[in-house]
Design a protein around this ligand. Sequence first.
Ligand code: 13P
Length: 252
Amino acid sequence: MIDKKQKIIIANWKMNPISFIEADNLISTIKKGLKKKEDMRIIICPPSIFISKIKKNKSFELGIQNIFWEDKGAYTGEISSKIAKNFGVDYAIIGHSERRKYFKETDEIVNVKMKSVLKNGLSPILCIGETLKEKNQDLASDVIITQLEKAFTDINKSKVLNIIVAYEPIWAIGSGIVPSTDEIMSAVLLIRKIISKLYDRPTAEKVSILYGGSVNSQNALDFVDKTRADGLLIGSVSLNGSEFVRIVNLFG
Ligand code: 13P
């Protein structure tokens, strides 16, 4: 179970870097630079082909960027959460907007993946967030509500505290354009309100909610301290080892 008091910083490397030598250098920089902190969780999500060579250790845990919902079988090209678990993976990103966009992942697919991940003892990192068009049409809250309600369908309360929710407005990903801290706080509060409605208030208060989208070492501290978020999901900047370490070391 995830301890609510821990800050969580997640690196989503996406489809980078292109060689294991570069990945290994990145890991070395991270291991060297991170100061050990009891009250923090650092999770690295590399491309899955690197996972067996990157062992979780005292500096960080491992997450996978995507999983298939069945445990095993004739599903060419896929990796299950059961397989990932056997390689020391404890987290799986589910519903990232890039998967929703390029691989047509629906809220229903997100839900079956959530259930598979939880059944196999991993923690889902559930990504939700609106497009720019939806934001401009004042639909951001509706999108957050729908994505959350569908993702949590048929998920038992006993599993909810294993879930990490990441609010990633799609227009902020890789764009350098970021929401105000008030906007992030509103989204965090809305997410807690929905979880409270689906389960109960104490459960909602304990769920870890992160922000993601154009995070860097200049804005990282405010995105947590001024928003009631519990941490960050970082894309491009996490590929710069010293910058990633700088962000982590801002906390705790
Ligand atoms: P950037 O940090 O590159 O904006 O990416 C955010 C993201 O998509 C993390 O999952």
